[in-house]
Design a binder for this molecule. Sequence first.
Ligand SMILES: [Mg+2]
Ligand SMILES: [Zn+2]
Length: 235
Amino acid sequence: MNVKVFVDFDGTISLNDVGDKLFAHFGDVSDIVSDLMKGKISVAEYYTQCCARISNSLSPELLVAFNAEQQIDYAFKDIIALCKSHNIDVHIVSDGLDAYIQPILQTGGISDVPIHSNLLSQVGDEWIPEFPGATESCNCFCASCKRNVIVNHSADEDVIVYVGDGMSDTCAVQHADVVFAKGYLSKWCSENGIPHHPITNLSQVLAIMKSRIAKSDFKQRRRALIARQSAFIAE
Ligand SMILES: [Mg+2]
Ligand SMILES: [Zn+2]
């Protein structure tokens, strides 16, 4: 049994959606959000436009201060420790930006978990996002495809555990065997026939993982395995 755990960042590890907060804090991006929701622009275009919009008001110093105010669910640290003691790999999969994910985790004392996300850097006076995880073969609502991280970091016999809360997780959960879903994602899973543990915080994930590990209760979900295999071929 080889279990791999993939965890969303915004609203799952962090208590709030930090990306949304960042843009709302440093600019008025409501028209860009509305274009995204209407399907007029892609998630990557949304990020590019939002970053351009806040370029004048966001400085590296203000970003540091903003990051320092964000809070995480501290049970994530216990999940990492539990997984480590059982040789279970943990990955963070995010459609957010490294410029806040990394510092927030570091403040929380978490530094040794691979992060797969979009990137944000300042070039001259402009904040420019980059999308190393973008793909054309998946029609997920993401700039950084979470499905591909799962497929690229797992073998055929692995059991995939996924923890998430939002729209950017809907593609990933179809490729996962054990799903923990918070908020919007839990409703979406129910409506779309994805078996899942409905959760409101990571302490619940920790408790269920402990009990599943004790019972070696990790099985592949046939539909998820087939989905992973077809995604692997498509890539
Ligand atoms: Mg999220
Ligand atoms: Zn995808």
